[in-house]
Design a protein around this ligand. Structure first.
Ligand code: KG4
Ligand code: ZN
Length: 339
């Protein structure tokens, strides 16, 4: 425990292709470091689970040292070690979970297993004290898209989710199809700069289900559209196509988030997950929130994508409620928020 009385927590995140390690004091980030595996996966056009697990094994020790030294903290000062237990890739999760458990055991401090999506939901708390329940939170990552109502920290109602692809997955698959590379979200975000979002009208699915998403139809529609345009020799400029795809995804995410705001009467909206780093999405959420007089809390892009600080933040809250994990806790690749 530090002089402030807040617990000093090491947070480890290894659910997918980023090794994230951070030292957090209460909800204040003392250090946060990241080992990206993007290059290792790029040549395959997507995350290869076995490659991810091996890369985490290589990266985790040096990153833990780096996070501690940047924070100016000795491991013996830590009050707890936390790691993501799910959802995510089993082999990748196992690396972080086992490392964190072993470290906590050897330091004789509690181990806390954390839900990755709760981590994304907590990320804005690292920056905004005013972010308090009740709130509607849009969570959109590579594997999940959900609208969550937070009645109090630790109590969540998932109001809607994707019935097929996650928003990030749609970005990734479409970018790959267009030859824009991996990861696809940042690639489409960049490519769409200066493009006309109204150049092509791609479908907005599930308009009749207020809080759910579907993105697989968009994929089919883009593929069909581009094949036809190529055959006819009139493919629009790539920035226009990228901006139009981005607009179709963003439109749906924004519309459904504010459907949930209308339904619940919440006056606080937040977001988390890699897709929330998208510039157009952030801009559209901000405009909509301002028009309705609703508070919006979006983490800095680096805290939207996977990181260890958000995992430590959840652990900090759990420790405050005396929630620690047993030593035999296992990874839960299919873990679902709020259940
Ligand atoms: O939360 P995250 O870092 O990892 C998972 O939990 O999956 O999210 C990664 C996803 C990827 O699909 C990536 O393409 C997407 O977030 N992403 C973006 C942007 N940055 C990352 N999508 C759209 N625009 C971005 N700027
Ligand atoms: Zn994530």
């Amino acid at each position: 425990m530090t002089a402030t009385g807040a617990p000093l927590i090491l947070g480890i995140e290894t659910s997918c292709d980023e090794t994230g390690v951070a030292v957090v004091e209460g909800l204040e980030v003392r250090s946060s470091v990241l080992g990206s595996q993007t290059d290792a996966h790029a040549r395959f056009g997507g995350v290869v689970p076995e490659v991810a697990a091996r890369a985490h094994v290589e990266a985790i020790r040096p990153l833990v040292h780096m996070a501690l030294s940047k924070a100016g903290v000795h491991s013996h000062e830590l009050d707890a070690v936390a790691a993501t237990k799910g959802p995510g890739l089993a082999g990748a999760l196992m690396v972080g979970l086992s490392f964190a458990k072993a470290m906590a055991w050897s330091l004789d401090v509690p181990f806390v297993g954390v839900d990755h999506m709760e981590g994304h939901l907590f990320a804005p708390r690292l920056e905004y004290d005013e972010y308090t329940p009740p709130a509607v939170v849009l969570l959109a990552s590579g594997g999940h898209s959900q609208i969550v109502h937070v009645s109090e920290w630790g109590r969540y109602t998932v109001m809607g989710s994707t019935i097929d692809d996650a928003a990030g997955e749609a970005f990734d698959k479409l970018a790959r199809f267009m030859g824009l590379g991996f990861p696809g979200g940042p690639a489409i975000d960049r490519e769409s700069e200066g493009g006309d979002p109204a150049a092509v009208t791609f479908p907005r699915a599930l308009r009749d289900r207020p809080f759910d998403f579907s993105f697989s139809g968009l994929k089919t529609s883009v593929v069909t559209y581009l094949e036809k345009a190529k055959a006819a020799g009139n493919v629009p400029p790539l920035p226009d196509v990228a901006a139009s795809i981005q607009e179709a995804i963003v439109d749906v995410l924004v519309e459904k988030t504010f459907n949930a705001v209308d339904e619940t009467g919440a006056t606080t909206v937040a977001g988390g997950g890699g897709v929330l780093a998208n510039r157009r999405l952030r801009e559209r959420l901000a405009t909509e929130a301002a028009e309705r007089g609703v508070d919006l809390h979006l983490p800095a892009p680096v805290l939207c994508t996977d990181n260890g600080a958000m995992i430590a933040a959840v652990a900090s809250d759990m420790l405050g409620r005396s929630e620690v994990s047993p030593w035999d806790v296992e990874v839960e690749p299919g873990l679902k928020l709020g259940l």
